[in-house]
Structure formats: structure tokens, C-alpha cells
Design a protein around this ligand. Structure first.
Ligand SMILES: [Zn+2]
Length: 426
């Protein structure tokens, strides 16, 4: 499995010793160099300080696919019910789930909080494929709050394409953490079910986390102590909270007599470069927690860590297959600053396999590289107009003569004063 040490110290695409003639005759698969292996092991250890069982995202998905297939779940016979944070960076995991199980039904909320209720879950279940022979259905529930631990090991820090400065993941969980630290647990534990009309998800997330902390025995002093309650811990608390909420919703919606289902939960971890467009590889991890299957009413706990890791060669094959489909033959790997395709870094380290990620939008894209280059060049043309289309021009033809809807005084966002405007109340 681990090809490090068997390959050359340099040269990204050479085969193992003794196979050079063969390697030149067949597709030259990737063998990581020792420096690459050491680097990726260092990056993995930075993540595992906080999440000891974190796996590379491709390795994680491969293990999930193999384990669930052993219990009868596949992309052909199951629907994936995916619950992630609304943040666009969570797409790196959703794409991998979709590749295995097809287009998924999402129940996303801020911080991953579940607000869709039984109607949302039932809607997804009603879209599941039905076994022609038995009428049975299969569901695979995925649920992951997320956190960033960047390439330096800074918790919460993430860079985003086209956006200068440091950003945060998860911003919603950090917001809840700051609210609890600032105002205390008691003020966040309002009457169950009550939410802010203008901020429903955030207020539900805050309340659910505060109640869970109190349930787990955290007192006011501990909740306000930044050393004790940090972003990693609140993310782990969020994972337990949301997993319990998901299991409760499943108990109220799934008919185990008629359907088999699986639950896969944990924490999604982004380990990206502090500067999005530089050469530092963006890595993605998942720290699994609950992996259960319920087949014919019998629940089985699955230990994903007992499965072997995907090999670097298999990771490259999967990436090449996916990228061929999504990028029309651009090939596996990222792009260098001059836009040329280059191999993504990939190696087996510490019981998992880690490979640089590239999402199909903006991540290390030629467009991103071009934007960086033009940003450097623009100092030579400081007077250039930023308008792509002169004004006035044809824009005036786009104006409609009337607004699409007349202004009214309907009820906005549960505004209690709007009740007076309801027809019949006047
Ligand atoms: Zn988030």
C-alpha cells in the first residue's frame, strides 16, 4: 500500500525501481517522493492534534463506499441525504458523496444545524429509488459540521478565492461560540423551539449548542473560558448535537420495516493554504464519528478505521476519472502559476492517504492564476477604466416600466405588527 521509499527521491511520475522499462510502456502512475511523504505527514499531524482519527477525504469516501456496499447500499439503489454547513467550501465533500451515491437531497443549515424538520426529511426519503422486486428503499444519511485547520495549524483560519485576508470556518460555529462566551449559557438557553424571526437558523443553532453544553455538564465559568471551550470543542459538541438531532428525525420519519438505512457522521476539516493562490496544497480531511447501518431493522456499528486505506495509485485513478469527466480531460492534478497542468501531491501517511484537492470552481484554476497575474500588472496601467460596458448604453433597454409586484404591507418575517394588515383583520 505504502510506496514511499520504493520510489525515487525526486521525479514525480517514475515507477518503482526495476520497473522503468515497464513504466515507460504503460500509464506512469504516481509514486510519492520521500519529501512529499514527509510534508503530507506533517500536514496530517497538524490536523490530528485536534482530530486524532481524521482521514484524507478520498480515503474516507472510499472506505464508506466499500463498507456500505457490503451491507447492500450503492449509488443505484440508495438516496444520499446530506447535511452540511451552507458554506460553499463544504462542496468538496458533497461532490465526493455525489460521485458515489448520485445527486443528493440536502438538508443543510448554518453550522450544519438541522432545521428542515420531519417534512424536509420525508421529502428526501420520498425521492429514493424503490427496489422493483421487494418495494424496499435505502437511504444513506451523511451529516458533518466543519472546521478549518490551515496549513500552519491555525484553527478556524481559511483563505477564499478572490477574497483578501483571512476568513473563518465555521463562521456560524464561531459566532455561536462568541455569543456563549460573551453572554453565557443561561442567556442562550431560551424556551425550546423559540427562534429569532430575522435569524432563525443561527438562533436555533445557538440554543441547541448551549443546551447540549449544559447537558454535558459544562458550567457558566467553563463556557466563558476560551482555553476550555474553543472552536475545536464547540465543533465536536455541534457534531454530537446534530447527530442526535438527525437520529431523532430518522426515528420519526423512517419506516425500518420498509427501508434499510445508514448514518455516517463526523467533522469535515479543511486544511488549506493561508493564501489561496500560492503553491501550498489545499487538503481535505474527515474525522468520522458515527457509522451505522440498519438492515432489516438490525443495527450494526461499523469501524471505518479497521478498513485499509486507499492506495495513492487508486487515489490518482479516482481523481483522473472524476477530473476527466468534470474538466474534459484536463487531467489529474492542480495547475502551476503559469497555467500548466501539474501533478497534485499525494501520499499514504499515518494510516490514511491524502491527496491535494481541486474543486471545479476557482480552486487553483487558470482563471485564478490569471487574476493574480493581472493584479500585479495593473500597476502599469493605473488609469484603466474598470467599466466593462460603457454607460449609458443598452442597459436602459433592460428597465421594465413597472415594478413586477406592487408594494404591499404584507407580513414580513413573522413581524407581529404585520398581523394588523391581514385582510379580514381590518
Ligand atoms: Zn460553516
Amino acid at each position: 500500500m505504502d510506496s514511499a521509499g520504493t520510489g525515487p527521491a525526486t521525479g514525480p511520475v517514475a515507477g518503482p525501481p526495476g520497473h522503468s522499462r515497464l513504466a515507460s510502456a504503460v500509464v506512469p502512475y504516481y509514486y510519492p517522493s520521500q519529501s512529499e511523504q514527509a510534508y503530507l505527514e506533517h500536514r496530517t499531524r497538524l490536523v490530528r492534534r485536534s482530530f486524532p482519527h481524521a482521514l484524507g477525504v478520498d480515503d474516507f469516501m472510499q472506505r464508506v463506499e466499500v463498507a456500505l456496499h457490503a451491507f447492500g447500499f450503492s449509488g443505484d439503489n440508495s438516496i444520499a441525504m446530506v447535511n452540511l454547513c451552507r458554506d460553499e467550501v463544504t462542496m468538496t465533500l458533497k461532490q465526493r458523496i455525489d460521485r458515489v451515491f448520485g445527486s443528493s437531497f440536502n438538508t443543510n443549515g448554518l453550522g450544519g444545524v438541522l432545521t428542515c424538520g420531519v417534512s424536509g426529511v420525508r421529502a428526501g426519503l420520498s425521492h429514493a429509488p424503490v427496489c422493483a422486486a421487494t418495494g424496499a428503499e435505502r437511504y444513506v444519511f451523511f451529516s458533518f459540521p466543519h472546521i478549518s485547520i490551515d496549513a500552519r495549524g491555525v484553527k478556524g483560519a481559511i483563505s477564499r478565492p478572490g477574497r483578501p485576508g483571512q476568513s473563518c470556518a465555521c463562521g456560524a460555529l464561531r459566532g455561536a461560540l462568541e455569543a456563549i462566551r460573551g453572554a453565557g449559557l443561561a442567556s442562550a438557553c431560551k424556551v425550546p423551539g423559540v427562534h429569532e424571526p430575522l435569524d432563525p437558523e443561527m438562533s436555533i443553532l445557538l440554543q441547541r449548542l448551549a443546551r447540549r453544553l449544559r447537558y454535558e455538564g459544562v458550567g457558566e465559568a467553563e463556557a466563558r473560558d476560551a482555553e476550555s471551550l474553543d472552536l475545536v470543542r464547540i465543533t465536536q459538541v455541534a457534531e454530537r448535537t446534530i447527530t442526535d438531532d438527525l437520529e431523532y428525525l430518522i426515528s420519526r420519519t423512517v419506516d425500518a420495516e420498509r427501508a434499510d438505512y445508514a448514518i455516517v457522521t463526523g467533522v469535515q476539516i479543511h486544511s488549506w493554504s493561508p493564501r489561496f493562490e500560492d503553491e501550498v496544497p489545499n487538503l481535505e480531511f474527515v474525522a468520522p464519528s458515527t457509522v451505522d447501518v440498519v438492515v432489516r431493522g438490525v443495527k450494526t456499528h461499523i469501524d471505518l478505521l479497521s478498513l485499509p486505506a486507499i492506495t495513492p495509485r487508486q487515489a490518482e485513478l479516482l481523481a483522473a476519472e472524476h477530473e476527466h469527466g468534470e474538466r474534459h480531460g484536463a487531467g489529474a492534478g492542480a495547475r502551476s502559476a503559469n497555467g500548466a497542468a501539474r501533478r497534485a501531491v499525494c501520499a499514504s501517511v499515518a494510516g490514511t492517504t491524502v491527496r491535494e484537492v481541486e474543486a471545479p470552481y476557482l480552486y487553483r484554476s487558470p482563471d485564478g492564476d490569471k487574476a493574480q497575474r493581472l493584479a500585479r500588472l495593473v500597476v502599469h496601467a493605473p488609469r484603466v477604466s474598470a467599466d466593462s460596458c460603457p454607460w449609458p448604453a443598452w442597459q436602459s433597454r433592460l428597465r421594465a416600466r413597472e415594478p413586477h409586484r406592487a408594494d404591499d404591507s404584507s407580513v414580513h418575517m413573522d413581524d407581529e405588527h404585520g398581523e394588523a394588515n391581514v385582510k379580514g383583520n381590518k
